[in-house]
Ligand binder design. Structure first.
Ligand SMILES: *Cc1c(COP(=O)(O)O)cnc(C)c1O
Length: 448
């Protein structure tokens, strides 16, 4: 690997040089366990197709490509898929199959790999939550997918209550409400036991909530005493890899994971794992049935991509992935450490996004700009760099303490070599904020 002696002259990569450099980086590290060979990365060919390169539609559409130093954020289109996953997606595109057969066999395969009874491949964690709710309604009421939501809560199918802690309400409530349920909020364990009644269909638990409240163990035990199934939203809560079987092993009947976050599958794939009784009912609610899951179709490419992502992930280790993230922080740490007032440290949040976060602390008066301003400047420069949204945060959130005067950088989603671009640009913006991007940002174009 190159040793950049003069930190102010870190190479200014053109895209072509960057790609060549990433090839060199990959070769030198022989590492890139995350992304594999650059040759594969560059090959835009579909298996079985000619070697003719295809147009880059981002360029054709004038869409800005970004360097993701933020994390698996949906609005940043989350992660890129590792090469074996991309190859599986391209391969799957070559042949039509029977959708239900693919769903069923892929589900069985993943369930076995992830040490649980059943699996339904959803089109994301949010859709897995809807499918879990639908499955619970069907189990409790003995109703058909087409009875959801219109006949739920009628004398024919009266069972419609989802019990959850008041503090566990969140933006994904709507994923359950789609099914026509009613929420019953509880605060104490006693409340909870009282609330589990004849109309309860399911309990809901938000795994990464900053405030846990009633423990997972007490939560499951009380529900199971009444025969009520428990759903856990653990969408972003891998690594460690073992979390993929830890929560089902603990007794949660249904656990939802996002497929497009750290599992590194397609962004519109997800997993509902757990008891086969419920995952089978979930499969009955998803496309091609014209039910609440009809708009949550998972295409063959995404189903196969999800399977390949699970295979890829199980070939990795937590230690290897964390080590790689930390190594890729080194050029950035080196590039900023001689700057006035700048201090770096690394933290790993406990539950969600359990990956190393690099904190670059500085005194805004000395540097001449706030952390928020620097984030905007990096975003509006070329190449566009997205820092973690905890940058400049005044409140702790999702296990990350407040960082009013720090840039927050993650490196686990970078393409090979991008850490050097980050090192150069972050140094530049800290040395002379006005030399990078614009602030305040120009108004965003209105797409409406
Ligand atoms: C990201 C996330 C979801 C949604 O995941 P998708 O795969 O994008 O549908 C749901 N719940 C939590 C807690 C999440 O972090």
């Amino acid at each position: 690997m190159k040793n950049f002696q003069n930190l102010d002259n870190l190479p200014s990569y053109s895209r072509r040089r960057f790609l060549r450099a990433s090839q060199a980086t990959v070769a030198a590290l022989s590492a890139a366990p995350l992304l594999g060979g650059a040759t594969e990365m560059l090959a835009a060919n579909v298996p079985g197709d000619s070697t003719k390169p295809h147009p880059d539609y981002y360029d054709k559409l004038g869409v800005t490509k970004l360097i993701n130093a933020a994390g698996t954020y949906t609005d940043l289109t989350s992660a890129v898929m590792p090469p074996p996953v991309r190859a599986a997606v391209a391969q799957a595109a070559l042949h039509p199959v029977h959708l239900a057969e693919l769903q069923q066999k892929a589900g069985e395969y993943i369930a076995q790999k992830l040490q649980t009874e059943g699996c339904c491949i959803s089109c994301g964690a949010a859709s897995a939550i809807t499918l879990a709710t639908g499955a619970s309604l069907m189990a409790a009421n003995g109703c058909h997918p087409l009875d959801i939501p219109s006949k739920i809560g009628t004398p024919q199918f009266p069972k419609n209550e989802v019990v959850l802690q008041k503090i566990h309400h969140y933006e994904y409530d709507v994923a359950m409400q789609l099914c026509g349920i009613k929420f019953v909020d509880v605060v104490t364990l006693d409340d909870y036991k009282q609330a589990l009644g004849p109309n309860t269909v399911m309990t809901q638990y938000f795994n990464a909530c900053d405030d846990v409240g009633i423990s997972r163990e007490d939560w499951i035990a009380a529900a199971h005493e009444k025969g009520v199934p428990c759903h856990l939203d653990a969408a972003a809560d891998m690594p460690p890899i073992s979390n993929l079987w830890k929560y089902t092993g603990m007794g949660f009947d249904m656990v939802s994971f996002s497929g497009g976050k750290d599992i590194r599958g397609p962004q519109n794939a997800g997993l509902l794992l757990g008891k086969k009784k419920y995952t089978d009912l979930a499969q009955r609610n998803i496309c091609p049935v014209s039910s609440v899951g009809r708009g949550m179709k998972v295409a063959k490419e995404q189903i196969v991509g999800m399977v390949a992502a699970v295979d890829w992930l199980l070939s990795q280790t937590d230690e290897g992935m964390e080590q790689e993230s930390r190594e890729r922080m080194q050029p950035i740490i080196k590039a900023v450490k001689d700057l006035p007032t700048v201090k770096t440290s690394i933290m790993v949040p406990e539950v969600a996004n359990h990956v190393p976060h690099l904190m670059i602390d500085f005194d805004p008066d000395t540097i001449g700009a706030s952390a928020r301003e620097l984030r905007v400047r990096l975003r509006t420069a070329t190449p566009c760099i997205e820092l973690n949204p905890h940058t400049g945060s005044k409140r702790p959130s999702q296990g990350v303490p407040a960082q009013p005067n720090a840039l927050v950088v993650t490196t686990f989603l970078l393409n090979p070599g991008e850490e050097y671009i980050l090192a150069r640009q972050i140094r530049k913006v800290l040395k002379n904020p006005k030399s990078v991007g614009v602030y305040p940002p120009p108004p965003r174009p209105a797409f409406a």
